[in-house]
Design a protein around this ligand. Structure first.
Ligand code: FAD
Ligand code: SF4
Length: 401
């Protein structure tokens, strides 16, 4: 990797792209925001879709790359511990119980950082992302809950250098964090903390609308949704009611091209380069899942320990035959009638994979799908773009041509 030494004059030479300009990653761009700044200078090295180098960046961030012979690290990345957790007093309106927002607030109020990169929504649209550098707990709280759309979180990077900030927390998903790690040394910071969430199947704003309209009975009132560990999508509506739709009842044939091409070719589901990852998929139903990748991540988690109830991670069931069966079903766009989908949902919830095995189910299903997508649409990228850990995961299954 050849990164140029920090030098603002150098940054200024690289002009940010206009919002309407085609991005260097072309249709694979996930709109991470880097190209909205003068850090576009580093795009060939930094963009997650142009130059995949997760193993190298793992060594930079965690002092070593993941141990491919360790089954947990193969799937979940470098870590020094995992747990299931809930906030004892959940934050109203958060995506889950608000562990992410709480860590960010503690880091700011305790003076560990001067600002937090997070994403609020615009006034007009609850799902349209508006990245900011939060400097108050109120601003962090306003960023709670997922904006389930591609979000240019890194578009605020120029403001960091301009503000003279030296200690920063960035909250983000895998593709944003890969680009961030690649330019980390150019930001002029004394300390960067990275709080990541897993991410999969993201969409642009138009794609989100199509997903809501195809899947929910009342798309206009959805305030929040999640693909949960009980194999159902849970929609929360403005009036507080919950609507559930079994995964197997999703209209796969109509939704096939709703996901962004970037997300169809992503293999960093678990946010390999964050110091601390907070998701849900490796935890029992209703719990959040925490992966501590390094000492910085442990320091961040320790700040909120007293506000959490925790339990060890568990793993139950065997995902492999369900994954194998889902591969041709997805490929052919099979949609079950709703009664069959509900029945299948009930059965799989009773006997299906739980805890870490559920997370493996989700990783396997997405990696096999994405591998096929890449092979068919970008065969020239396949070898370099798919990380070694993902190749090993995909190789466990029989894929159609
Ligand atoms: P909150 O306290 O509500 O905070 C949420 C934080 O997310 C905010 O700080 C906000 O800045 C940030 N954020 C919101 N939208 C975006 C965005 N588009 N890009 C970057 N940052 C954003 N977990 C899994 O285990 N499996 C998954 O498949 C999975 N998919 C996800 C897909 C997306 C698009 C996102 C954003 C998250 C996903 N997560 C997934 C993480 C999970 O949904 C929760 O975000 C996580 O558990 C934190 O919950 P919380 O209540 O602690 O967060
Ligand atoms: Fe630029 Fe980010 Fe798009 Fe890559 S994904 S082209 S770095 S905006």
């Amino acid at each position: 990797m050849t990164l140029v030494s920090p030098n603002s004059a150098q940054h200024k030479k690289a002009k940010a792209l206009k919002p309407s300009s085609r991005r260097p990653a072309k249709e694979l761009c996930s709109e991470c925001g880097l190209c909205d700044t003068y850090y576009i200078h580093y795009v060939k090295d930094a963009c997650a879709f142009i130059h995949q180098h997760i193993a190298e960046l793992e060594t930079q961030s965690h002092t070593r790359s993941r141990n491919l012979e360790d089954p947990d690290e193969l799937y979940f990345g470098v870590n020094q511990g995992m747990m299931a957790a809930q906030k004892t007093a959940p934050i109203e309106g958060a995506q889950w119980t608000g562990i992410v927002s709480t860590i960010a607030i503690e880091m700011l109020t305790k003076g560990l950082v001067e600002g937090v990169v997070c994403v609020q929504n615009t006034k007009e649209d609850r799902f349209a992302p508006m990245p900011i550098i939060a400097r108050t707990p109120e601003d962090i709280l306003k960023a709670r809950v997922n904006k389930p759309t591609l979000s240019p979180n890194l578009s605020v990077l120029e403001q960091i250098e301009q503000s003279g900030m030296k200690r920063l927390l960035v909250i983000g998903v895998g593709c944003q964090i890969q680009a961030l790690r690649a330019v980390e040394k150019q930001l002029g910071l004394e300390k960067l903390y990275v709080l990541g969430t897993p991410c999969v199947d993201n969409v642009n704003r138009a794609g989100l609308q199509k997903f809501l309209e195809t899947t929910s009975k009342s798309p206009a009132t959805v305030v929040h949704y999640e693909f949960m560990q009980d194999f159902r999508v849970h929609f929360k509506h403005e009036d507080g009611s919950t609507e559930t739709v079994p995964f197997f009842g999703l209209k796969t044939n109509q939704l096939k091209d709703v996901f962004a091409p970037s997300c169809m070719s992503c293999f960093d589901y678990v946010n390999s380069l964050a110091d601390l990852v907070v998701g849900y998929m490796g935890a029992p139903f209703g719990w959040q899942w925490i992966v501590v990748r390094n000492n910085t991540g442990q320091e961040m988690l320790d700040l909120v320990k007293e506000q959490l109830q925790t339990q060890p991670v568990m793993s139950k069931g065997d995902r492999t035959s369900a994954v194998q069966q889902s591969i041709p079903a997805y490929d052919k766009g099979v949609t079950l009638p709703m009664w069959a989908a509900k029945l299948m949902g009930v059965v799989i919830e009773k006997i299906g994979p739980k805890g870490l095995e559920y997370a493996r189910f989700s990783i396997d299903s997405h990696f096999t799908r994405n591998y096929l997508y890449l092979k068919r649409n970008y065969p020239e990228k396949l070898q370099a773009h798919v990380p070694e850990f993902a190749k090993r995961i995909v190789n466990q299954y029989r894929l159609p041509e």
